[in-house]
Design a protein around this ligand. Structure first.
Ligand SMILES: Cc1cc2nc3c(=O)[nH]c(=O)nc-3n(C[C@H](O)[C@H](O)[C@H](O)COP(=O)(O)OP(=O)(O)OC[C@H]3O[C@@H](n4cnc5c(N)ncnc54)[C@H](O)[C@@H]3O)c2cc1C
Length: 400
């Protein structure tokens, strides 16, 4: 893999390797002074980059072990690979992000989320990690999940699962911005998973994923008269079935089908989390900046994430509203705008998307920041997994 999915990051790795067994992986780690794992490369930030060895676990053996309400899986499997297997076993993940193309380890390492529930990191019971010296540890600490590849190579993940369920998806159009703000809690709590796409011109569209059997809420607006794509003008064939047709959880919770390119492809992304108690204030502050946001934005999606204990999850310890931007692929213009948005709403940003919040400000927004630095040093004392991204935020192995 030479670049990330969006093409805005060219990996600076001296070599890329794809081990096929645990022994291969151990030999690679013992011979390397700088390593980082890349999942499916869907992050927009340089979080997976390294100047040393870029590792992919795509060819490692499959693991799928169900035990009661947990499943243990190989970390390099994608959500699209895992979901049908779980469904065949009568089980489900409690949430899914907008796309199923990403790896399980990559998703939990950045607290990837959908809407209306904890993130996928919130379902993690334990991670199996191979460290730089080849030793393998099973970590259950709430600090070890959203690790950004800094503790070592996550080789397997044990996740909580729930009984399989059916979901019906309906898109509601022509919702006024003022209605969205005045009924924010009722709207977001009105179905199993709700996303609001806002157009910055006073309107919103709701993507409602309703768990079959739950009592329906009367959402504002009216149901769309055909299938829709979150980005106006893009073909809806890429999207999961809408129109209120019931289907399995994994075929409705993501916006995009596994067999198609998710989203637009030519894009950058940013996502900011604020506490739900500050949701309306933050949205109003951003609306005042709509004239500078609009020329760069392709889509803007609002979701909710429940409080979770994982130390570096942007939803750590507080119910959150996440405000997502799909930008046009103009990196200089987007990076020039972000500090203004960040100053207005003081967010915790999504680790896998673009942001510019300085490390000192970010540190003050996470109670367990220093504890995570200590965890990095405990498991990776020589800084083998400490890429430039981690060094910028958590210091080098020697200094942190
Ligand atoms: C079109 C699109 C839609 C998206 N939609 C959503 C969404 O709905 N919700 C959301 O929250 N995010 C979303 N994202 C962001 C995406 O979910 C995250 O960036 C996620 O981390 C990508 O997973 P990946 O497998 O590509 O990981 P990568 O981007 O390859 O890596 C991410 C991090 O995981 C680490 N990692 C990966 N595998 C391992 C491993 N085995 N051991 C240790 N560390 C590892 C990497 O080192 C890196 O730090 C979207 C991205 C795109 C491109």
């Amino acid at each position: 893999m030479k670049t990330n999915w969006a093409g805005n990051i060219t990996f600076s790795a001296a070599q890329a390797v794809t081990p096929t067994t645990a022994d291969d992986l151990r030999a690679i780690l013992r011979g390397s002074s700088a390593v980082h794992v890349v999942g499916s490369g869907h992050s927009f930030s340089p979080i997976a980059d390294t100047t040393g060895t870029l590792l992919s676990l795509a060819a490692m053996p499959a693991v799928f072990e169900v035990s009661g309400r947990t499943v243990r899986v190989n970390a390099g499997a994608t959500l699209a690979e895992l979901a049908p297997q779980l469904d065949d076993a009568g089980l489900a993940l409690h949430t899914l992000p907008s796309l199923p193309h990403i790896t399980i380890a990559g998703a939990v390492a950045t607290a990837t989320h959908g809407s209306g529930a904890r993130s996928l990191a919130g379902a993690v019971r334990s991670v199996e990690v191979m460290r730089a010296d080849g030793s393998v540890v099973e970590l259950t600490s709430a600090g070890a999940v959203v690790s950004m590849g800094g503790l070592g190579v996550v080789t397997a993940v044990t996740l909580d699962v729930v009984p399989s369920f059916q979901v019906a998806q309906t898109v509601y159009e022509d919702v006024a911005w003022t209605t969205l703000l005045s009924q924010l809690d009722q709207i977001f709590d009105g179905a199993y998973s709700v996303s609001a796409f806002i157009d910055w011109q006073g309107g919103a569209t709701l993507w409602v994923k309703h768990r079959v059997g739950d009592e329906p809420f009367r959402f504002p607006g009216h149901p769309a008269d055909g299938p829709r794509h979150p980005v106006v003008g893009q073909p809806p064939i890429h999207c999961t079935e809408q129109g209120g047709v019931p289907g399995p959880w994994h075929a409705r919770l993501p916006h995009f089908k596994a067999e198609f390119t998710p989203s637009v492809g030519q894009e950058l992304q940013t996502e900011y989390f604020v506490p739900r108690t500050r949701a309306v204030t933050a949205l109003r502050a951003l609306a005042e900046m709509s004239t500078v946001i609009s020329p760069l934005v392709q889509a803007c999606e609002i979701r909710t994430i429940s409080a979770e204990p994982q130390w570096l999850s942007p939803a750590a310890d507080r119910d959150s509203l996440a405000i997502h931007f799909t930008w046009v692929p103009n990196t200089p213009a987007v990076l020039a705008l972000l500090p203004r948005l960040e100053e207005a709403i003081a967010p915790r940003p999504h680790w896998g998307k673009l942001f510019t919040v300085p490390p000192t400000l970010l540190a003050a927004r996470y109670p367990q920041w220093d504890a995570f630095k200590a965890l990095l040093n405990e498991h990776d004392p020589k800084g083998v997994f400490r890429n430039d991204f981690l060094t910028r935020y958590f210091g080098s192995a020697a200094s942190s």
